[in-house]
Design a protein around this ligand. Structure first.
Ligand SMILES: Nc1ncnc2c1ncn2[C@@H]1O[C@H](COP(=O)(O)OP(=O)(O)OP(=O)(O)O)[C@@H](O)[C@H]1O
Ligand SMILES: [Mg+2]
Length: 219
């Protein structure tokens, strides 16, 4: 899917605290199937930007267009449907559901039709080295394993857009490389648009385009 923004801005304001313009006036056009690496120092607004684009959070001002359709931030049904059917999200702090096993977490986006996706879930978990851990709960896994389970959950739906916030941040080089490979392959198969937040220069260089954030803007 194609994503465009005009003047996208997110200001955090709370009484008694200084306002933070976490994302300011971003004009962006990302094409269907394009792989974007998002880099920049801590606090520069990377997570905030992908939360806005992934319809997890509402902008303070500005517009987002997905496939030329303007997102109506007040239409929660639309955002929910988009997130469920079209978007895969790997959060910086994975947010697995603690009361569900790895396999159940993986199947969460397709819960109503999970039987149809069981084999696919097992295949993805196998590729991520998690097959043996599929019946464990998140608190029984290492940080890197939790991160991989979160990636499995993001891929189960073959989403048209994937946002991945430091998906290889907690991983050793070999595991990190395997994850990169799986992510890029999944994107190539479905012509998925990819936003990858990373501090890893080698990984960023594999993207089609690198966007550098600084102080809420894109340099
Ligand atoms: N809920 C919030 N309320 C107030 N300020 C926030 C909130 N979330 C983020 N911020 C601020 O917005 C700015 C951007 O934060 P963001 O998490 O997007 O940075 P980041 O580039 O992802 O950093 P990192 O590399 O450390 O993950 C920071 O100054 C942060 O303190
Ligand atoms: Mg972040």
């Amino acid at each position: 899917m194609d994503i465009k923004t005009i003047g996208l801005t997110k200001i955090y304001a709370r009484k008694g605290l200084q306002e933070v313009a976490a994302v300011r006036d971003i004009n962006l056009h990302v094409f269907s199937g394009e792989k974007i690496a998002l880099t920049g120092p801590s606090g520069s607004g990377k997570s905030t930007l992908i939360h806005l684009l992934g319809l997890m959070d509402r902008a303070t001002s500005g517009q987002i267009f997905i496939d030329d359709k303007q997102v109506d931030f007040s239409d929660d049904n639309f955002s929910c449907r988009m997130r469920r059917d079209c978007i895969g999200f790997v959060f910086q702090f994975h947010y697995l559901l603690a009361d569900f096993t790895v396999l159940e977490n993986t199947l969460m986006p397709v819960y109503n039709k999970r039987q149809n996706f069981l084999q696919k879930a097992l295949d993805i978990l196998d590729r991520l080295g998690l097959l043996e851990r599929r019946n464990n709960f998140p608190n029984e896994l290492s940080g890197g394993q939790q991160q991989r389970a979160a990636l499995a959950r993001a891929l189960i739906n073959s989403p048209k857009i994937i946002f991945a916030d430091e998906p290889t941040g907690n991983l050793d080089t070999v595991t990190g490389n395997a994850i990169e490979k799986l992510l890029f392959e999944a994107c190539a198969q479905n012509n998925t648009t990819l936003f990858l937040v990373t501090h890893n220069e080698a990984l960023a260089n594999k993207a089609d385009r690198i966007l550098k954030m600084e102080d809420g803007g894109i340099r």
